[in-house]
Design a protein. Structure first.
Length: 255
């Protein structure tokens, strides 16, 4: 299936730049292992940033319709659409236990929910494609999705799709303790332009969903008890003691 997406950019001189993308042939596949094994759970995705701000996005997603898929597309401030149909995130005041959620494969081992969300956070699904799960969140199939450390290319399109579908993407950048809504993906861009190496190394945890639920989930995700980390903490004084050089006793003076 080939579809053309036209993306328009306007500069200060009112000149229009037009980019034509042929989907999915022109774009990389996210969920490669699924694709290679014949599982139609993947996405072809492109996101356009301006100084770290997501501006436009297009994603091809396989789907059980006569065309075999749809193109999820959006631009900043313009809403989100699956082909010509406007889409929105799933709306609720709190997670619905019977609705689907997307979580990383390690969830339940290294992380878990606390408080009233324990055991009631939703029906867990792990698809193997970050881009696909963000697309499903924007369309309301997943009520929310969590990601531990996605790369920029995994999520640049999907986060804008979720926001333009009426949702929120919560994150916390390196060194931050509190979760907050994601806006600019690289807040320090104006102070120091990042290198390509910086952009390739970009990672941050994400929680995507409707504003109420995404905030609630981010505030109630905690690391589970880790035996190895507790052992490291308990044995830290012993390790420090071993590192200290031993002082040799002074030689006895002869009388």
């Amino acid at each position: 299936m080939n579809k053309n997406i036209f993306i328009f950019f306007f500069n200060g001189t009112a000149t229009t730049e037009i980019y034509t993308l042929s989907l999915p042939d022109a774009l990389p596949i996210y969920g490669t292992t699924n694709f290679m094994n014949g599982l139609p759970v993947f996405a072809s995705s492109i996101g356009i940033l301006y100084r770290g701000w997501p501006m436009a996005a297009a994603m091809y997603v396989p789907w059980p319709n006569p065309e075999g898929g749809f193109v999820l597309h959006c631009r900043k401030g313009g809403g989100c659409f699956a082909d010509d149909e406007a889409v929105s995130v799933y709306v609720s005041d709190e997670p619905v236990p019977s609705r689907l959620i997307g979580v990383p494969g390690y969830f339940g081992v290294g992380q878990g929910f606390t408080g009233k969300l324990a055991g009631k956070a939703g029906e867990v699904r792990t698809t193997g494609s970050i881009a696909y799960e963000l697309a499903m969140t924007a369309r309301g199939v997943l009520q929310y999705a969590m990601f531990g450390a996605p790369r920029l290319w995994d999520m640049a399109a999907g986060v804008l799709a979720v926001v333009e579908a009426g949702g929120t993407v919560m994150t916390r950048f390196k060194g931050e303790r509190r979760w907050h809504p994601m806006e600019c993906l690289v807040p320090s861009w104006e102070e120091k332009t990042p290198t390509m190496k910086d952009l390739r190394g970009w990672t941050a945890p994400l929680v995507a969903g409707n504003p109420k639920v995404a905030t609630m989930i981010a505030e109630n995700v905690k690391r589970r008890f880790s035996l190895s980390s507790q052992l490291r903490k308990l044995t830290r004084p012993l390790r420090r003691r071993k590192k200290k050089p031993e002082t040799k006793p002074e030689a006895e003076t002869k009388t």
